[in-house]
Design a protein around this ligand. Structure first.
Ligand SMILES: C[S@@+](CC[C@H](N)C(=O)[O-])C[C@H]1O[C@@H](n2cnc3c(N)ncnc32)[C@H](O)[C@@H]1O
Length: 512
């Protein structure tokens, strides 16, 4: 299916040459000199216009760039698809070299236009990077993407930054970005991996990845064209695998950047299953994914069955949409709602037919992290957490698996001999009726990382409050038993499960 036949659309424009690193370096210097950076943009546009641009809304940015500074001209050129007079551009860009290498295109009338969208993007340590993608496709969003060409390459969207934020960032030798697109994940990985391999089914995407890396001043990656793990060498293994795959569950392949072309959630399943044998010991594989909620099946069991052998897994469902919300979201993403109403209805029908045939009631969206382990009994955690989190979460993800190792290595007796510390910025909330003397229940809440909240009983709350790393868990429980008049042996018997949960969820950390 397709909203508008590709034959009626202008073809995607040729991309700049990826073999002119000299021009990319000069262009980079000129962009930085004009403060064409994330901070520079924010200052020029102001927060509302900056945010609107990230939603693909260009009117506020057009209004904010009526002046004649180089920065305003660059915003119009590279972000708003406005031609700018050649002579003016020549004041701040190596315009002839940029035309030769294909970054700029003469449009007649002594003007030049950008061949690609070049979007300033701030790295985690204040780096000034640039993401290269197809024109008008820097984000999806309410207006729908700017092109329906199946090979269109999108820029940075919410999913891209979510994955970049949850990725474990530690020095590694080999990283793989599967489905690299504009190259944002490869760019992040290049900061902490000695070698980065970037793959994509779409050669145009690999071309954009090369341009993004060059224009951001990052080392080139090993680019490989093909589906899933196919383009990798047989013996290729990695310390980090990241993928924001084309996870959309749709009736038939259509837009390469989002529709996997396999039935249902098979592409995500294949990705997760295939990652196990590609990971080095202790290595992480991190994915965004969509999964089906099938009638008569527990969604958590479905996901557990995807986890490959020899891997711990942490799977977080962040959102669930019923099939109508899901179909509408992606019809809008493709801009179908702006076309012929009868066609829109037919497309909508096709999505619902597909879900009905698969007995799918809803679709889950979330994060899947695998860690290769030598443990005899890998641990698979599947949970739902739809509340706001504090990004970047990479350190919190790594810490989750470290706590898992601790818990696996400590039986209940060892746990009671251990000492724990309450994690910083955990607070206690008492919930109950206004005016009531005693709270109905007590909640511990984190203000960092996953920002979890968990109900505890009075023993749990008292225990957590005393944990400053000095006394063993057992000694603390003995003191609580005395205070509340409970048998210390029974308290030692029944509490380890609660301590385990508090450690697993990151409220308490081992002090040793
Ligand atoms: C959602 S985009 C992600 C782009 C980028 N990594 C990001 O995080 O923004 C998915 C990418 O996967 C690519 N892709 C689609 N099918 C694929 C497949 N079977 N194997 C590998 N890559 C694929 C698309 O071309 C697209 O570039």
């Amino acid at each position: 299916m397709g909203g508008v036949s590709n034959a009626t659309l202008p073809p995607l424009s040729p991309l700049p040459s990826a073999d002119r690193p000299d021009v990319a370096a000069r262009l980079r210097e000129s962009l930085l000199a004009a403060s064409f950076t994330a901070d520079g943009l924010l200052e020029l546009l102001g927060a509302p216009a900056y945010a609107a641009l990230a939603r693909s809304e260009t009117v506020p940015a057009l209004r904010a760039t009526r002046g004649d500074t180089p920065l305003e001209a660059l915003v119009r050129l590279f972000l708003l698809q406005q031609p700018v007079p050649h002579a003016r551009v020549a004041e701040f860009l190596p315009v002839r070299a940029c035309v030769d290498a294909g970054w700029l295109v003469p449009t007649g009338d002594d003007e030049v236009a950008a061949a690609v969208d070049v979007r300033p993007y701030g790295g985690p340590d204040g780096e000034d990077w640039f993401i290269v993608s197809d024109l008008g496709c820097a984000v999806g969003g309410a207006g729908g993407i700017g092109s329906k060409d199946e090979g269109v390459v999108l820029g940075v969207g919410g999913a891209s930054t979510t994955l970049a934020g949850i990725t474990v960032r530690r020095p590694v030798t080999a990283a793989l970005d599967l489905g690299a697109g504009s190259g944002i994940q490869a760019l992040h990985a290049a900061q902490h991996a000695t070698r980065v391999t970037a793959t994509d089914l779409n050669p145009r995407a690999l071309h954009c990845t090369a341009l993004t890396l060059a224009l951001s001043g990052a080392p080139a990656a090993d680019l490989r064209e093909g589906s899933l793990f196919e383009p990798l060498p047989d013996d290729g293994t990695y310390d980090l695998i990241v993928s924001n795959p084309p996870f959309v569950i749709s009736p038939g392949a259509r837009l390469t950047y989002r529709d996997g072309g396999m039935g249902g959630d098979d592409l995500c399943r294949s990705l997760v299953q295939g990652a196990g044998e590609r990971l080095n010991d202790g290595g992480f594989a991190q994915f965004l994914a969509n999964w089906q909620h099938v009638e008569g099946e527990d969604w958590q069991d479905r996901l557990r069955s995807w986890v490959p052998r020899g891997c711990d897994a942490w799977i977080v469902q962040r959102e669930v949409q019923d099939v109508t919300q899901y179909a509408e979201l992606w019809l809008r993403d493709a801009g179908d709602h702006r076309g012929d109403p009868a066609e829109y209805q037919a497309h909508y029908d096709a999505w619902l037919d597909e879900f009905e045939a698969r007995k799918v009631k809803a679709v889950g969206f979330g994060w899947i992290t695998l860690r290769k382990t030598a443990a005899v009994e890998p641990v698979i955690t599947v949970e739902e957490w739809s509340y706001a989190v504090e990004q970047p979460l990479g350190d919190a993800v790594a810490a989750h698996f470290e706590r898992l190792d601790y818990l696996r290595a400590h039986d209940d007796a060892a746990l009671l001999a251990g000492r724990f510390r309450l994690v910083t910025e955990v607070v206690q909330e008492q919930v109950g009726l206004p005016g009531a003397e005693d709270p109905e229940h007590v909640v511990l809440r984190q203000h960092r990382g996953m920002r979890r909240a968990t109900k505890v009983d009075t023993v749990g709350a008292g225990f957590a409050g005393v944990c400053d790393g000095s006394l063993s868990a057992g000694r603390i429980l003995d003191a609580i038993a005395q205070l509340v008049g409970e048998d210390p042996v029974s308290l030692r018997d029944r509490t380890p499960a609660q301590i385990r949960l508090l450690v697993e969820q990151g409220f308490l950390e081992p002090a040793e």
